[in-house]
Ligand binder design. Structure first.
Ligand code: AMP
Length: 517
C-alpha cells in the first residue's frame, strides 16, 4: 500500500478541516491539500517524466511546501529524499549524488547551495524552487490517480544524522512507515480530530515522520513562520491551534521548560510532547513534568526503525508512587507493540536481566537496508534483526535502560563505564547547564573518563564540587579524571552532541600537568 493513501483517507474523513497552516493562518483544508498533491503529481509524472521508484530530493527548510512536495512525490509513486536544511554544502552534494535523485525541490534560502552542489550530476534533471513560477505552475492542471506501490517498495530514503562518518541512506518502505504510524496509535497516542501538530523540529527527521499519524487523525500541521524552534512563538501557536502534539529533542524540551513564555500556555493547548533521539536526564524530566504536567511520552527509535523500538508512556511518567518510578524515568520504557526487542551478546544470544548488551530489534518498521552500502547493511541487518549499535539492559519488568552507543562506552581497567550514568550525576548540580562525558586513552587503565561541562549562566562550579558529587553517587573508578569547562558542546544539526569531536579535542590537547589520576 502506498503511504499516500493516508492523505486520501484524511481528505475523506476530515475534508473540511484545516490541514496545513503557516503560523496562525490556515493554508489549506485536507480536501484542498489532497487535490493540490494529486495535481502536482501529474507534473512530476508528465512534465518531468519521472517513473515510479525514482527519487526526488527535498532540500527544504520547514514549511507547508515541504509536506506538499513529500505527498506529491508519494502520490506519483516516487521516493522522497528529505534532506536536513542545515547540512554542509558538501553533504548536500553527497546525498544528491548518492541517492541518484532525478529532481530536487528546494526552498529559496538553499537555491544557490543546491545549484552549486548539483553541478555535474548526471542523474539530476531539474531543480524546482518553491515560490517561483515553476513551483506555482505545478499547482495548476488536472489531478492524476494515486500510483499504487507494494508494501516493500521504497518510500523514504532517510539519511542518518551521521554523528560519525558519511551519512548512510536507510531505505524505508511503505510498510515501514505504515507500521510506524499504526504503532503511534497503539503506544504513543490516539489524537482526536481537530487537534494540531507543531513542526518545530525539521520535517526531514522525527517531526516529519510523525506527520503520518497526526495527518490521518485530521490534525492541522502547523509550521512556525520563523522556520525554527522559537519558544515564545511555539507557545503562541499552541494556544492558537490547541490540542497540540509536538516532537522535541530533549534539549528543546529543556528550553521550553526554562522559558518564561511557558507560563502563558493555556489549558488544553498542549496535548503531548514526544521526546527522544538523545538521553533526557531524570532531573530535567522531573522539572518538565512539574511545569508542564502529564504530557510527556518518550520514544526510542532510530532512522533504521523509525520512531519505533521502545516508548515510555504518559502513564509511566505519572506513576510517582511506584517504587521504581525514578528508574523508569531513566529508562526508555517498554518495547513497542509492533516490534520485538532483545538485548544480546556478540553472537546474538539474549543477555540475562540486568546485564548490558547490544539492543536488536525485529519487526515491520525495520528498514530494508542501506542504499548501495552492502557492508553496512550486513553489519546492521542479520536475519530479521536490526543491530542498533546501542547498548542497553532490560530490568525484570521488561523496561529497557539505554546505556550508550557501543562506541561511546568507556573501558577503564577492564570495567565498563557508561558515560550516561556519570552525566546523570553531573546534571544534578544546579550550576551545570549541560555536560558530556567521553573516554580518553590512559597508559595504565586503557581509558579514563573526561567530562566536558557547560556552566549555567553565572555559576562558578568547579572540579572539586563535581568530584564530590560523583563520589556521593557512583563508584569511585567511574568518576571523571578531568573536567573541561567549555562555552558550548559541539552538536550536529539535530542537536545531538558530537562525542567524536570531543574525543578529537582531547587528542589535540595533552593532559594538563598535575592532573589527578
Ligand atoms: P537517529 O537515527 O538520528 O534518529 O539516531 C538514533 C539514535 O539516537 C539511537 O540509535 C540512539 O543512540 C539515540 N536515541 C534515540 N532515542 C533515544 C532515547 N529515547 N534516549 C537515548 N538515546 C536515544
Amino acid at each position: 500500500m502506498n503511504i499516500a493513501h493516508l492523505l486520501l483517507g484524511a481528505a475523506r474523513a476530515h475534508g473540511e478541516r484545516p490541514a496545513l497552516a503557516r503560523g496562525a493562518g490556515s493554508h489549506s483544508t485536507y480536501r484542498d491539500f489532497w487535490r493540490q498533491v494529486a495535481v502536482m503529481s501529474t507534473h512530476l509524472k508528465h512534465r518531468f517524466g519521472l517513473k515510479p521508484g525514482e527519487r526526488v530530493a527535498l532540500a527544504m527548510t520547514n514549511g507547508v511546501e515541504a509536506l506538499e512536495a513529500m505527498y506529491a512525490v508519494w502520490h506519483a509513486g516516487l521516493v522522497a529524499v528529505p534532506i536536513n536544511a542545515k547540512l554542509h554544502p558538501r553533504e548536500f552534494a553527497y546525498i544528491l549524488e548518492h541517492s541518484g535523485a532525478r529532481l530536487c525541490v528546494v526552498t529559496p534560502d538553499l537555491a544557490t547551495t543546491i545549484a552549486e552542489a548539483a553541478a555535474g550530476l548526471k542523474a539530476l534533471v531539474e531543480i524546482v524552487e518553491t515560490g517561483t513560477r515553476s513551483w506555482t505552475f505545478m499547482g495548476n492542471g488536472d489531478p492524476s490517480a494515486l500510483v499504487e506501490r507494494a508494501p516493500e517498495d521504497l518510500a523514504w530514503l532517510f539519511y542518518t544524522s551521521g554523528t560519525t562518518g558519511r551519512p548512510k541512506g536507510a531505505m524505508l518502505t511503505h510498510r515501514n512507515l505504515l507500521a510506524m504510524t499504526l504503532n503511534y496509535f497503539a503506544d504513543i497516542d490516539r489524537p482526536a480530530p481537530g487537534g494540531s501538530i507543531l513542526h518545530a523540529a525539521p520535517v526531514s527527521h522525527g517531526s516529519g515522520l510523525w506527520n503520518f499519524p497526526l495527518l490521518r487523525a485530521g490534525a492541522v500541521q502547523v509550521f512556525p513562520e520563523s522556520g525554527k524552534y522559537d519558544v515564545a512563538e511555539s507557545v503562541e501557536l499552541m494556544n492558537r491551534w490547541g490540542d497540540c502534539s509536538i516532537f522535541l529533542a530533549p534539549t528543546m524540551v529543556k528550553r521550553l521548560v526554562e522559558h518564561p513564555a511557558v507560563a502563558e500556555l493555556r489549558p488544553g493547548a498542549l496535548r503531548l510532547i514526544t521526546y527522544g533521539g538523545a538521553p533526557m536526564y531524570v532531573s530535567d524530566l522531573k522539572r518538565a513534568l512539574g511545569t508542564l504536567g502529564n504530557v510527556l511520552v518518550q520514544l526510542y527509535g532510530q532512522g533504521e526503525s523509525p520512531m519505533t523500538i521502545t516508548h515510555l508512556s504518559r502513564e509511566e511518567h505519572a506513576r510517582r508512587d511506584h517504587p521504581r518510578w525514578e528508574a523508569r524515568l531513566a529508562s526508555a520504557g517498554l518495547p513497542d507493540s509492533c516490534v520485538e526487542v532483545r538485548v544480546v551478546d556478540e553472537s546474538g544470544r539474549p543477555m540475562p536481566v540486568g546485564e548490558p548488551g547490544e539492543i536488536v530489534v525485529a519487526g515491520d518498521t525495520v528498514m530494508a537496508g542501506y542504499l548501495e552500502n552492502p557492508d553496512a547493511t550486513r553489519r546492521s541487518l542479520r536475519g530479521r534483526w536490526l543491530w542498533t549499535g546501542d547498548v542497553g539492559a532490560f530490568d525484570a519488568d521488561g523496561f529497557l535502560t539505554l546505556m550508550d552507543r557501543s562506541k561511546d562506552m568507556i573501558i577503564s581497567g577492564g570495567s565498563n563505564i557508561y558515560p550516561r550514568e556519570i552525566e546523570d550525576v553531573l546534571n544534578l548540580h544546579e550550576g551545570v547547564a549541560e555536560c558530556s562525558v567521553v573516554g580518553r586513552p590512559h597508559p595504565e587503565w586503557g581509558e579514563e573518563a573526561v567530562a566536558f561541562v557547560v556552566r549555567r549562566g553565572g555559576a562558578t562550579v568547579g572540579p572539586a564540587e563535581l568530584d564530590a558529587l560523583c563520589l556521593a553517587h557512583i563508584a569511585r573508578f567511574k568518576r571523571p579524571k578531568d573536567y573541561r569547562f567549555v562555552e558550548a558542546l559541539p552538536k550536529n544539526n539535530y542537536g545531538k552532541i558530537l562525542k567524536t569531536d570531543l574525543r578529537t579535542q582531547l587528542a589535540d590537547a595533552p593532559r594538563a600537568p598535575g592532573e589527578a589520576d
